[in-house]
Design a binder for this molecule. Structure first.
Ligand code: SIN
Ligand code: FE2
Length: 218
């Protein structure tokens, strides 16, 4: 079952069932054991994000005083990022409708009480590919608007196991996380101990960063 929240913004509630969530959480725990979460900082102001992040793939996203960018190595350890978790790659193959694999998997770790302000995902070269989001742990209130920051917004609750495709005419919409609803998690209590406090949430976003050679529709 899927719901078009807007053209190109497709919500797949419960896309991953309980066992698949646990499998993905175990894969994420292995990524983060090899490549520890870090705290990104705002460009210029150097203010820390409240969300902690990890990454996987040939490149992943970092932010610091110098700006936002994708890079092939972890900002603190200097090591290459681990491979993208197989359960996440399978979801991309099933849902992304794009002829090449993702190049980055951002792993956002939300402690209870953290949020992510309204923003666009536009540091990629290829907006033909969607961003695919997979949620684990506590539910979250996802806010989405339009291409202009001032456009009206709506909200949807993202539950553990939900997939959200942010693509097509919605690829560059503003979006953010207003709230984490602790208390019902599949993940934080027993699968990512030490990485997420009780009631935390983990969100993966898979992205294509460079244009695939065969991606041109025309
Ligand atoms: C993001 O916008 O990068 C993450 C969204 C989410 O946590 O659901
Ligand atoms: Fe985003």
């Amino acid at each position: 079952m899927s719901v078009a929240l807007a053209p190109g913004l497709i919500h797949h509630p419960g896309y991953l069932d309980g066992p698949a969530c646990r499998r993905l959480a175990a894969e994420v725990a292995a990524v983060l054991a090899a490549s520890p979460p870090f705290t990104p900082r705002m460009p210029r102001s150097d203010k820390p994000f409240s969300v902690r992040m990890g990454g996987a793939g040939p490149v992943s996203w970092v932010s610091d005083k110098q700006g936002y960018r994708y890079q092939p190595h972890h900002p603190e350890t200097g090591e290459p990022w681990p491979p993208i978790p197989p359960t996440a790659l399978a979801a991309w193959e099933a849902l992304a409708a794009y002829p090449a694999p993702p190049e980055a998997c951002l792993i956002n770790l939300y402690a209870p009480g953290t949020r992510m302000g309204l923003h666009q995902d536009r540091d990629e070269e290829d907006f033909d590919a969607p961003v695919l989001s997979l949620s684990l742990g506590s539910p979250a209130l996802f806010r989405y608007g339009g291409l202009a920051r001032s456009d009206p917004t709506r909200s949807v609750r993202l539950m553990p196991g939900d997939a959200l495709v942010i693509g097509g005419p919605s690829r560059l919409i503003h979006h953010g996380i207003d709230r984490i609803y602790g208390g019902q998690d599949l993940l934080a209590d027993d699968i990512l101990p030490g990485l997420l406090p009780l009631g935390g949430r983990c969100n993966l976003t898979l992205r294509r960063v460079t244009k695939a050679a065969n991606s041109d529709a025309d």
